[in-house]
Design a protein around this ligand. Structure first.
Ligand code: PMV
Length: 334
C-alpha cells in the first residue's frame, strides 16, 4: 500500500490570460489531497473517497462507466472524480511500462482519496488528486518518477479528461510545489518569500469551460477585452518582480489590480467581490478571486488573523482559512 500527497494551489496572478499565452503565477498551498494505491490481484479499480467536501462515497468498477453503482452523490461529481482517477491510473500503467518495459495494463488497484481541498473551487483539487494518484500508483508498482515526469503525465491525464481545456499550471504547480511560472509549455519554479495567504470559499464553484468561453467571446468582440488580457500579462510580470524582491505590499496591490481586470472580463461574482472587499476592509495587503471565477475562492495576503476573521462574518463566505505557501510538491507519505 502506498500513499502519496500533493498540494492544491491559488493563482497569485494570471488566470484566464494564461489561456492566450500570457504568463501566470500559481502557488502551492498547504492543503493536500492524499491518494492511497494498493495493488489488487485482479484488474478492477476500486475507488473510495471519504472527504471530498461531500458525505463520502465508495465506487467499485472495472474502468467502464456502465458498471457504476447507484450512489447518493451527484453523478457529475462521481464522473469527475472517477475520470481523474481513471486517467491517473492509466498514466501510471504507461509510465511503468515505459520505465520497466513491463505490461501492467491488467493490474488493478484499490484507490482511496482523502482531500482537504474544496472541489472545483479554483484550488486545484483535481490536479492534486491526479498528481498524487500517479505518484502513488507508480510507486506501488515499484517505479519512482521525478516530480517533472509526474507533472507531465498529470497534465496529459487532465488534458484528456477536460477534452483539451487544461493549462499546465495546476498540475505543474501541484507536482513541484512552491511558486511557479507558466507561459504556454514553459513551466518553471520561481523564488518566493513565505506568503501570508488567506483563502475565502463561498461554498460554490464556477463552470470553468463556460467562463473561459465567455472571456474568449468578449476578447473577439471588444478590443478592450484583448487589451485587458494583455494588461493582466503586464501585472504578472510586475508580480514576478515583487515576488523576487519579497515585496508583500506590492504583491497585494497588484493582486487588487488583477481582480479588477478579472471583474472587467466578467468572471467575478457577487460573493467573490464581497469576500474581496471584506478582506481589503480588514486590512489585507490585497485580494482577488483565484481560478476560473464565477464562484469558489478568493485569495488574500494578510499577516494577521483579521482577514480570516472578517471573512467568516461575510455573507456568502462559507469557510475561511490560512494556507501558507507549500514548498513541497508531490511526496510519498509514510
Ligand atoms: O479554476 P481552475 O483552478 O481550474 O483554474 C482555471 C484557470 C483558467 O486560466 C481560467 C483556465 C486554465 O486552464 O488555465
Amino acid at each position: 500500500m502506498t500513499t502519496s500527497s500533493a498540494p492544491g494551489k491559488v493563482y497569485l496572478f494570471g488566470e484566464h490570460a494564461v489561456v492566450y499565452g500570457e504568463p501566470a503565477v500559481p502557488c502551492a498551498i498547504e492543503r493536500r489531497a492524499r491518494v492511497t494505491a494498493e495493488r489488487r490481484d485482479d484488474e478492477l479499480l476500486r475507488v473510495h473517497a471519504d472527504d471530498l467536501s461531500l458525505d463520502g462515497f465508495t465506487v467499485e468498477y472495472s474502468g467502464s462507466s456502465e458498471s457504476k453503482p447507484d450512489v447518493a452523490v451527484s453523478e457529475s461529481l462521481i464522473d469527475a472524480a472517477m475520470g481523474y482517477v481513471d486517467a491517473a491510473v492509466e498514466q501510471a500503467r504507461e509510465a511503468v511500462a515505459e520505465e520497466r518495459g513491463e505490461d501492467v495494463s491488467e493490474v488493478g488497484f484499490d484507490i482511496t482519496i482523502e482531500s482537504d481541498i474544496p472541489l472545483g473551487a479554483g484550488l486545484g483539487s483535481s490536479a492534486a488528486v491526479t498528481v498524487a494518484g500517479i505518484d502513488a500508483a507508480t510507486r506501488e508498482l515499484g517505479v519512482e518518477l521525478s516530480p517533472e515526469t509526474v507533472a507531465d503525465r498529470a497534465f496529459q491525464a487532465e488534458y484528456e479528461v477536460q477534452s483539451g481545456e487544461a493549462s499546465r499550471a495546476d498540475t505543474f504547480c501541484s507536482a513541484m510545489g512552491g511558486a511557479v511560472r507558466v507561459e504556454g509549455d514553459d513551466c518553471r519554479r520561481i523564488e518566493a518569500p513565505d506568503l501570508p495567504i488567506v483563502v475565502g470559499f463561498d461554498g460554490g464553484a464556477g463552470d470553468t469551460g463556460a467562463l473561459v468561453a465567455g472571456v474568449r467571446q468578449l476578447r473577439e468582440e471588444y478590443d478592450f477585452a484583448a487589451d485587458t488580457i494583455e494588461a493582466i500579462g503586464d501585472i504578472v510580470r510586475e508580480g514576478e518582480q515583487a515576488l523576487a524582491e519579497g515585496d508583500i505590499a506590492e504583491l497585494g496591490r497588484l493582486m487588487d489590480f488583477n481582480h479588477g481586470l478579472l471583474e472587467a472580463l466578467g468572471v467575478s461574482s457577487r460573493s467573490l467581490d464581497r469576500m474581496v472587499w471584506a478582506a481589503r476592509d480588514a486590512g489585507a495587503e490585497g485580494a482577488k478571486l483565484t481560478g476560473a471565477g464565477g464562484g469558489g475562492c478568493v485569495v488574500a495576503l494578510d499577516e494577521t488573523d483579521e482577514t480570516s476573521t472578517a471573512l467568516r462574518f461575510t455573507p456568502g463566505c462559507e469557510e475561511a482559512f490560512r494556507a501558507e505557501l507549500d514548498r513541497d510538491g508531490v511526496r510519498v507519505e509514510q
